[in-house]
Ligand binder design. Sequence first.
Ligand code: 4AD
Ligand code: MG
Length: 432
Amino acid sequence: MGAVYIEDLGNHIGSQVTLRGWLYNRRSSGKVHFLLIRDGTGICQAVASLGDLGPEAFARADHLAQESSLEVTGIVREDKRAPGGRELTVTEIKLVAPAVDYPITPKEHGVAFLLDQRHLWVRSSRQHAILRVRSEVEAACRDFLHQRGFILFDSPILTPTSCEGTTNLFEIDYFGDRKAYLTQSGQLYAEAGALAFGKVYCFGPTFRAEKSKTRRHLTEFWMVEPEVAYFNLDDDMNLAEEFVSYILTRVLERRGAELKTLERDIERLARAAARPYPRITYDEAIARLQAKGFAVKWGDDLGGDEETALSSEFATPVLVHRYPAECKAFYMKHDPERPEVALCVDMLAPEGYGEIIGGGQREDDYATLRQRMLDHQLPLEPFEWYLDLRRYGSVPHAGFGMGIERMVAWCCGIHHIREAIPFPRMMERLTP
Ligand code: 4AD
Ligand code: MG
């Protein structure tokens, strides 16, 4: 039998197989070495005995260092006590390459040290579980949207304009004669896509020069942004709710083992998947916060603490809609019945994870949008293409953006979103 993956060992009980992986950990008891082998798909205990290996190979196995790469051949046995329920009775061990003084040992390390070792830290079981959940979340986003007929419409990363305000833009010198900016959101381009294809989404890295060092902010994060022609705010909220519920259900179904590794409260996550999600206006949010003793008044944006307090009242995410237009971006459509509020929505996750989605209906009237841009002191020239979308067959349309790392952090129940991406970028961190 050739090489197999640990996750497939159940199909090979009683057979001889070869595992190709790395030594995760090991302990010895005189005549037996217990080698924990990881191969990316799981961890398997390989039992190497003096009797099976002979004295020379047995002695060599005693000196294998953590994270050495190995090919281990043996017979697969079912064993309820072993991690994963199976173990390997080893007949042969081949060292592929040694690992000298692997820096991450089973002892406790500080998070700054671990972040410096991020390229190796991703091998450890907790990080591994988080990043497998991330992969599932991203696959779920794509599957949900494709099942509903959305077209993937990739947006550019180098852009001539801002999208979400000008205070946190990363500026780039573009061939010495122009400035370019790293995109804050693909939305404006997704709008062009929606008017061409009806239903589109973009999904990629986005950038914000966030000077705030909070547990919810990265300077580079991934966002999935659906955008739909002829959608109004209610349609948009329905889509956002179905989307998040689908992702949670999918992670619960397929990533149970990882959630267990992370000691995630699964019941709580399952409750959060149950629709419908409550919808409250910003006005009601302010009243609820004031009742809790917060010194917020109408017109203030909601900060992290307010979001946490508000969402703690619900077991599911809550949709807060119609914020004061003043707090929101230039492209938001104002409510025709109440022009001081925008037709926008934020989805706040429970358990203190805060805003996971921001979106809403877009201003579709040419003259209003143009004036709004002037009011926001935005240069019109680089936005002419965007105004064209209102010149040529404008329609009502809406969409939203979901931050992948915030969604993943919530699914995993981890404190800081920096662990929800393979290589986090923050104000104070650009390496590895
Ligand atoms: O609310 P935001 O700024 O909305 C937009 O960018 C819209 N243009 C999206 C759209 O309508 N297509 O960001 C959307 C989401 C937030 O709800 C949050 O989950 C995440 O992106 N996010 C961040 N995640 C990590 N670090 C940051 N600095 C983030 N800023 C926003
Ligand atoms: Mg927002």
